[in-house]
Design a protein around this ligand. Structure first.
Ligand code: URA
Length: 209
């Protein structure tokens, strides 16, 4: 069942506005991306299962909640996905990390994979696929299709911004994968940038404009 979770938390919305501003510096942009990613990670992990463990506080013994052995893998769509990984790892420091590199063949207009490396035990892990921008949805669809081939326990897709066109395309192929995003923007322009968007996420993150 297709699901889009737009995380309307005031801190996320405020930080996103700062990221959208064209004069925001690379350093500030990077910091904001890390901060928003932590907040998105907090929302995405809401359904993590708890068990309990016997502990002793300085005052008394208790059965205290701990995360049930949850094995996560964060998979970054290169290169801008790396910005989200940095924030999420602060929240989930033991998560394993995978990378998938894709580019669009301008002539044939299809997506080509140039890199794929994920944890070997991926079939016992819950996967978060991350990319800041869900624009046309083509790389997200290709990445999730490829990751499904290695059969993780579950998959969620996390982005900073989504275009309605990208959501529709993504859910045409992966209606079973929930999308988590900070905002759904108006749509795509003729160059396939999200409007109003943040510009090129990779360029802004790495200062390559
Ligand atoms: N990729 C980006 O980095 N920005 C967009 O607006 C769309 C795709």
């Amino acid at each position: 069942m297709a699901q889009v979770n737009e995380i309307q938390h005031p801190l996320i919305q405020h930080k996103l506005t700062l990221m959208r501003k064209k004069d925001t510096s690379t350093g500030k942009f990077r910091t904001l991306m890390r901060e928003i990613s932590m907040l998105l990670g907090y929302e995405v992990s809401r359904d993590m299962v708890l068990s309990t463990e016997k502990i002793e506080t300085p005052i008394a013994p208790m059965e205290a909640p701990v995360l049930a052995k949850k094995k996560m893998a964060l998979i970054s769509i290169l290169r801008a996905g790396q910005g989200i990984i940095d924030g999420m790892l602060q929240l989930m420091p033991t998560a394993r990390v995978g990378h998938i590199g894709l580019y669009r063949d301008a002539q044939a207009s299809n997506i080509i994979e140039y890199y794929f490396k994920v944890p070997e035990d991926i079939s016992s892990r819950d996967v978060l696929v991350v990319d800041p921008m869900l624009a046309t949805g083509k790389s997200a669809v290709a990445a999730v299709s490829r990751i499904k081939e290695v059969s993780p326990k579950s998959i969620k897709f996390v982005c900073l911004l989504a275009a309605p066109e990208g959501i529709e395309y993504f859910h045409k192929y992966h209606s079973d994968v929930a999308i988590f995003t900070a905002a759904v923007d108006q749509g795509l322009n003729e160059k396939k940038y999200i409007v109003p968007g943040i510009g090129d996420a990779g360029d802004r993150l790495f200062g390559t404009m």
